[in-house]
Design a protein around this ligand. Structure first.
Ligand code: MSS
Length: 363
């Protein structure tokens, strides 16, 4: 058997037993380690890097880190120290990779075979991007996108546009975006984008650019590959292109976190997590028979706002047998998880309830 992979140095502080190490750049939270808390402990949070992480020394003096703000009336460079005097807010939001659930696609979508654990709910603290932009005179009048650039140093000899982590999101995200220097009440770990991270609540992980070094208000989306052809919903076998839907706002989703395999005859508590992306959740229903009959679950713990996930629980009195347990979330706009998948080349955005279920044997 293969030796279990160990954690890479830059993530060595993580709880090894809570994670599946896919590669040096990709680690997911075990389904059973997601638990039923409103916040994912930092040492259990998944990691995904498209490029090797910059050296950990970038967080030695976090207040000295500089970010360029461009495409505003008075463009300038600001340090994290300066940002800290411009405003502060804390937002709980789900960080989820676009490819979470890719392992369920039957066509063998290329990329990390994430099951459910490329997601967590995190508390971010930083300055609302809106406050920063207003202090600099507001965005240029033709701005339609906010383009964030990651601070990795790029290997020489390659066209930077083909490798840089640079993502554009529509300016509607300005209402909620923040430049965050803390995660879960601690300085932003280097592993998760410290000293400074662009956080776009309710948007897929890729838009939450780590070690952010430039924020630009732009008329067009960046032509970086990760934006122009990457992270797009396209038919199986098709190439990526800018006219296809980009992985921006997340869709409504839920999954069961316990029990996962076996239960004892009698009362069982079924737990899971659910979120609505940029829309608050209305309800979660659970089915014990693969979707024939549904019963509403109860939310657990405090509501940390529309971008956070909500743990849920449902009590079930089970006699011995096999159960297909599935959950289905609905947001306050009436969007519900579909039963199936939207087949797509890269296996993005899967929120179908059927594939995300678990088969539990009660004895
Ligand atoms: N940022 C940067 N700078 N770099 C990289 O690579 N990645 C992405 C984000 N950001 C990156 C960034 C992704 S893709 C994701 S998911 C995220 O991040 C993750 O996070 P963490 O913290 O967990 O690691 Mo998919 O959609």
């Amino acid at each position: 058997a293969d030796e279990p992979k160990s954690l890479p140095d830059y993530a060595a502080w993580k709880e090894r037993s809570a994670l599946i190490v896919h590669s040096t750049n990709t680690m997911e939270t075990e389904r059973g380690a997601i638990g039923n808390g409103v916040i994912t402990p930092s040492d259990r949070l998944f990691v995904r890097n498209n490029l090797p992480a910059p050296p950990a020394t970038i967080t030695d003096d976090p207040d000295a880190w500089e970010v360029n703000i461009e495409g505003v009336r008075n463009p300038r460079k600001l340090t994290v120290g300066e940002l800290k005097s411009m405003g502060v807010t804390t937002v709980a939001s789900v960080l989820q990779c676009s490819g979470n659930g890719r392992a369920f696609f039957p066509h063998g979508a290329s990329g990390t075979q994430w099951s459910v654990g490329a997601a967590g709910c995190v508390m971010w603290t930083g300055v609302p991007l809106k406050d920063v932009v207003e202090a600099l005179g507001g965005p240029d009048s033709d701005a339609r996108y906010i383009t964030s650039t990651g601070g990795e140093s790029l290997p020489e000899g390659l066209d930077p546009k083909t490798i840089v982590v640079e993502r554009s999101v529509p300016t509607r995200a300005l209402d909620s975006a923040l430049l965050a220097w803390e995660m879960n009440d601690e300085p932003m770990p280097h592993t998760h984008g410290g000293p400074l991270r662009m956080v776009v609540p309710g948007y897929y992980g890729v838009n939450n650019v780590k070690y952010v070094k430039t924020i630009a208000f732009t008329e067009n989306q960046t032509d970086a590959k990760i934006q122009a052809s990457g992270y797009r919903i396209r038919d199986v076998g098709e190439k990526g292109s800018p006219d296809q839907p980009s992985m921006w706002e997340m869709n409504v989703k839920s999954w069961v976190t316990a029990p996962l395999e076996s239960g004892r005859s009698g009362r069982n508590m079924i737990y899971g997590v659910a979120f609505g992306g940029t829309v608050a959740l209305d309800r979660v229903e659970v089915s014990l028979d693969g979707g024939k009959n549904w019963k509403q679950a109860r939310f657990l713990g405090p509501d940390l706002g529309p971008y956070a996930w909500r743990p849920f629980v449902m009590a079930a009195d089970l006699s011995p047998g096999e159960y297909r347990i599935v959950s289905r979330a609905t947001d306050t706009q009436g969007n519900s998880q579909p039963e199936g998948r939207t087949e797509n080349e890269r296996g993005y955005g899967h929120n179908g309830w059927s594939d995300h279920g678990v088969t539990v044997t009660v004895s």
